[in-house]
Design a protein around this ligand. Structure first.
Ligand SMILES: Cc1ncc(COP(=O)(O)O)c(C=O)c1O
Length: 356
């Protein structure tokens, strides 16, 4: 079986050993004689798996009992809507660090006043501003921890007096941080934690109490909490992939070990950029560099196109930048191996030697 080096920005690779182990569960999950996609979401087997998934998240993230955990379909885009619909009563602040925060703000604007607490637009979203302008009567500050498109990541989180809501879709469980400092964390699982089709939401009970209850039931976080994410048929398979990935992270040594591994991977690529004398031009300012998505340019678009083609010919897939910004982007989510990062760094050095 041939496997390529997959640097896609999401959906993204899963560890081969996890995929291999899933084979048995596809036909016979927990000796039920049914595969994971065939069992009932009302069965004990599913409920046990759901409970275990939440427990694993609590353990790995060291979450205090003050949080509820729910799983919701509709991806990240649904969370843009639900965060605003549930928690925006008067006005909400958004840190404008790129496309995803912007989309969240635009969606929440249907439910009340939204404004930018800061903006990194002046330098083409290459940094993370560290001051926040919060108006009176603000219901929450919303940030996006890692900007998948521009390749910037928060290394210092805001200290503000209003509830803090964070989109962690592209760096969740990639590093060991204090998760208890957030009032809400949500993340699509398709980058670091499994198959596309579900977002997890971790919500502090004190914030949950402020959620609107005069909106359609299915769009209330309270509904998902009260019904333990099974108000309707949940995405059983996606939750199962999350469960498998959480076991994998635990077996790898937890978040500290995962963070070390991710540091090594990112350094391999950033070192090539930094040592290339301007052949590779990193987009993000050094103190805002993402370990998950490394964005850079070459001298011109023709060369970038050539790089993508040559990379593909060497089985390096998914290195083209996002369609909105162009350039190149290498995504190094949890399942990407250090060997894959090392192989790409060698390829980049060779490409520079031939074309520099
Ligand atoms: C940080 C971030 N938030 C939100 C989204 C949107 O997620 P979805 O495509 O699941 O709606 C993405 C998509 O890549 C993302 O990277």
């Amino acid at each position: 079986m041939k496997r390529v080096f997959n640097f896609n920005a999401g959906p993204s690779p899963m560890p081969l050993e996890v995929l291999e182990a899933m084979k048995e569960d596809l036909t016979n999950f927990k000796n039920t004689g049914m595969g994971i996609t065939e069992i009932s979401h009302r069965s004990k087997e599913f409920q046990d798996m759901l409970d275990e998934t939440k427990d694993l998240l609590r353990q790995l993230m060291h979450l205090s009992p003050d949080y509820e955990i729910v799983f919701i379909q509709g991806g990240g885009t649904m969370q843009f809507l639900m965060t605003g619909y549930n928690f925006l009563h008067t006005r909400a602040a958004y840190a404008d660090t790129g496309v995803w925060a912007h989309k969240a703000r635009n969606t929440a604007a249907f439910f009340g006043e939204t404004y930018d607490a800061n903006s990194a637009q002046d330098k083409d979203y290459s940094y993370i501003p560290d001051t926040y302008d919060i108006k009176d009567g603000t219901d929450y500050l919303y940030i996006c921890a890692n900007n998948t498109i521009y390749g910037t990541e928060y290394w210092k989180f805001p200290e503000v007096k209003v509830p803090l809501i964070c989109d962690m879709s592209s760096d969740i469980l990639s590093r060991d941080i204090d998760f208890n400092r957030f009032d809400m964390i949500w993340a699509g699982i398709q980058k670091n934690l499994g198959a596309a089709g579900v977002a997890l939401a971790i919500i502090k009970k004190s914030l949950l109490e402020t959620a609107r209850t005069d909106i359609p039931e299915f769009l209330q976080y309270q509904t998902f909490v009260k019904k333990d994410s099974t108000y309707n048929t949940p995405p059983v398979f996606c939750i199962y992939t999350l469960n498998r990935m959480l076991h994998w992270i635990k077996n790898m040594g937890g978040l500290k070990a995962i963070e070390e591994r991710n540091k090594v991977k990112a350094a391999l690529i950033y070192d090539v950029i930094d040592e290339s004398g301007g052949f590779y031009r990193g987009h993000a300012e050094k103190d805002a560099r993402s370990r998950m998505n490394i964005t850079f340019n070459l001298a011109n678009e023709a060369m970038e196109k050539d790089f993508v083609e040559k990379a593909k010919a060497h089985d390096f897939i998914g290195v083209k930048g996002h369609r909105l910004v162009g350039g190149l982007r290498v995504s190094l989510y949890n399942a990407v191996t250090p060997e894959a990062a090392e192989a790409l760094s060698q390829f980049m050095k060779e490409y520079e030697r031939v074309n520099g």
